[in-house]
Design a protein around this ligand. Structure first.
Ligand SMILES: O=C(O)[C@@H](CO)OP(=O)(O)O
Length: 237
């Protein structure tokens, strides 16, 4: 049965600065690099040798995946990058400090923007520093100006169906190095998490989440490889 490992990037500069990040291409901190190396050692201990690594077009995910593969002695694994695995687009909140935003709008509103299923943050105003419409990585793509988890899943799922699921169905093991919310979208899909319960699902940085799947790609077992930094997982479907 195929094994899937979901790996959220290690701590980024804006995780450290507590800023809404989304599609901004910030790098890893030293701590984030160490988390990526440790993730690789955990992959090696688990005897994981994926046929392919999928990642986003953002460097914090790519570097985490590459460093983990290298630490695991798996630098030969092919890598496929696609924007549809990007972090959720944070719209008009992009770049703001999360604590200051909570002081201004209240903790409850910020929790809704950060963790609800279908309430998007306000849209990004066009033309500013964080407007990615002219970025060549997204040329010709229908890129958003804000995203909820639901609309993130709306672009993750077709990519999952077309590119990732067929590899797993063929019996291959797969690594996905991506982001807190693109990975929450995949967890919601695989575990059939109800809309009102996804608010409680958090994915820690740099801690590989191993999921065993049956032939219909239903999870039969799941665990974080670093048990000391594990978060609660949804019930098996
Ligand atoms: O800022 C972001 O893009 C994400 C991930 O770090 O934050 P949040 O925890 O609010 O989903």
């Amino acid at each position: 049965m195929p094994r899937l490992i979901l790996l959220r990037h290690g701590q980024s500069q804006w995780n450290l600065e507590n800023r809404f990040t989304g599609w901004v291409d910030v790098d890893l901190t030293e701590k984030g690099e160490a988390e990526a190396d440790k993730a690789g050692m955990l992959l090696a201990e688990a005897g994981f040798h994926p046929a392919v690594m999928f990642t986003s077009v953002l460097r914090r995910a790519q570097r985490t995946g590459a460093a983990a593969l290298e630490a695991a002695g798996l630098s030969d694994v092919p890598v496929i990058a696609d924007w549809r695995l990007n972090e959720r687009h944070y719209g008009g909140l992009t770049g703001l400090n999360k604590a200051e935003t909570a002081e201004k709008h209240g903790d409850e509103q910020v929790l809704i923007w950060r963790r609800s299923y279908d309430v998007p943050p306000p849209p990004l105003a066009p033309g500013g520093e964080y407007d990615f419409t002219a970025d060549p990585r997204y040329a010709g793509q229908p890129i958003p100006d804000t995203e909820s988890l639901k609309t993130t899943l709306d672009r993750v799922q077709p990519y999952w169906d077309a590119e990732i699921a067929p590899r797993l169905r063929a019996g291959e093991d797969v690594l996905i190095a991506a982001h807190g919310n693109s990975l929450r979208a995949i967890v919601k899909l695989l575990f059939a998490v109800p809309d009102d319960q996804i608010v409680g699902v958090e994915i820690p940085t740099g801690n590989p989440l191993e999921i065993e799947l049956d032939g219909d790609l239903r999870p039969t077992a799941a665990r974080y490889l670093d048990a000391a930094r594990a978060e609660a997982l949804p019930a098996l479907p």
